[in-house]
Every structure is written in structure tokens, then in C-alpha cells.
Design a protein around this ligand. Structure first.
Ligand code: PNS
Length: 165
């Protein structure tokens, strides 16, 4: 029985995240999506809301649950019995960002990181870009799960899409 953890800040969860999580579900016996704090980023959405959005997006997907991580990811992996971390790569820049974290996590606890190459159709989908598009009044409904666009717009103080015209 191999449990994998899919960690991230999920600010907000995107269709790119769901692609990687679904693929992890196909490879491992159980998957725990870990909504964590990235100390190099300022979050738009509070952690509990990021958890709720991820839970709603993954409702109905077998073998997966979503949890909040408040400390070290490696401690969380130990607590849930996970021996593998799964992360998606959209390209080389993602690898450069992920490699030091993968090495640090292995240094700390021996946990291995498995990289999944993201669907090329979603290679442009990043939470940071999604927020930037929304911040400037652009549509993000086809980049995020149902319900996320409205929450992001509200957090940004942008009127709902149907009130724009
Ligand atoms: O989606 P992100 O922002 O790239 O995810 C980064 C995240 C949240 C997984 C990383 O910052 C993390 O693991 N945070 C938890 C605290 C921790 O363990 N830090 C050391 C990471 S090597």
C-alpha cells in the first residue's frame, strides 16, 4: 500500500493541479492532497478556503483526500504514512523550482519525489497567472474547477462575471 502526497499552495486549485492529482491517483493506492504554506509567496485565499475549494473540486474522485499542512511537509508525510511526494512539471522552470525542494525533503526524511509531466494543453495554467488574469478582469472559468472563479473574483474585489456588462 503506497500513499502519495500531492503538495502545493493551491491558491487557487486549477485544472492543472487536478490533472496531476488524477494521475497520481492512477499510480498510487491513496493520495493525500496537502494544502500547505509557501513562505516565499503571499496567499490571496486563506488556507481553509483553499482546502474547501480543493475538496469540492475532488469530490467524487476515489482514493483522494485533502488536508491542511501547518508544519513541515515531511512531518505531514510521516503522519499520513506517505513515502512519495508527487509534483507536476509544466517545463524546465518548474523543475528548477522543484528540484531543491525534492532534495531537501529527501534529506529531511528520505521521502522520494515523483514528477509527472503535465498535460501540454494545460502548460500555461498556473495559479499565479490565473490570479493575474482575474485581477485584470479577464476570464478564468475554463482554467479552474467550477466555483473557483467566483471565489477568486470576490477575494480580488472584482464584480462577478455576469455583472460586468
Ligand atoms: O505550489 P507551491 O507553492 O509550489 O508549493 C510549495 C509547497 C507549499 C509545497 C512548499 O512550500 C512546502 O512544502 N511548504 C510546507 C513547509 C515545508 O515543508 N517547507 C520546506 C520545503 S522543502
Amino acid at each position: 500500500m503506497t500513499i502519495a502526497v500531492c503538495p502545493g499552495s493551491f491558491d487557487p486549485v486549477t485544472l492543472g493541479h487536478l490533472d496531476v492529482i488524477r494521475r497520481a491517483c492512477a499510480m498510487f493506492d491513496g493520495v493525500v492532497v496537502a494544502v500547505a504554506h509557501n513562505s516565499t509567496k503571499q496567499s490571496l485565499l486563506p488556507a481553509d478556503l483553499r482546502v474547501d475549494l480543493a475538496r469540492a473540486a475532488l469530490a467524487g474522485v476515489d482514493g483522494v483526500r485533502v488536508e491542511l499542512v501547518t508544519g513541515l511537509l515531511t512531518d505531514f508525510c510521516r503522519d499520513v504514512g506517505a513515502t512519495v511526494v508527487v509534483k507536476g512539471l509544466r517545463g524546465g522552470a518548474d523543475f528548477d523550482h522543484e528540484q531543491p525542494m525534492a532534495l531537501m525533503n529527501r534529506h529531511l526524511s528520505g521521502v522520494e519525489t515523483v514528477f509527472v509531466v503535465g498535460d501540454p494543453a494545460l502548460a500555461h495554467v498556473a495559479s499565479s497567472l490565473v490570479k493575474d488574469v482575474a485581477r485584470h478582469g479577464g476570464p478564468i472559468g475554463d482554467l479552474v474547477p467550477d466555483g473557483v472563479e467566483a471565489v477568486v473574483r470576490e477575494a480580488l474585489g472584482i464584480p462577478p462575471a455576469h455583472e460586468k456588462e
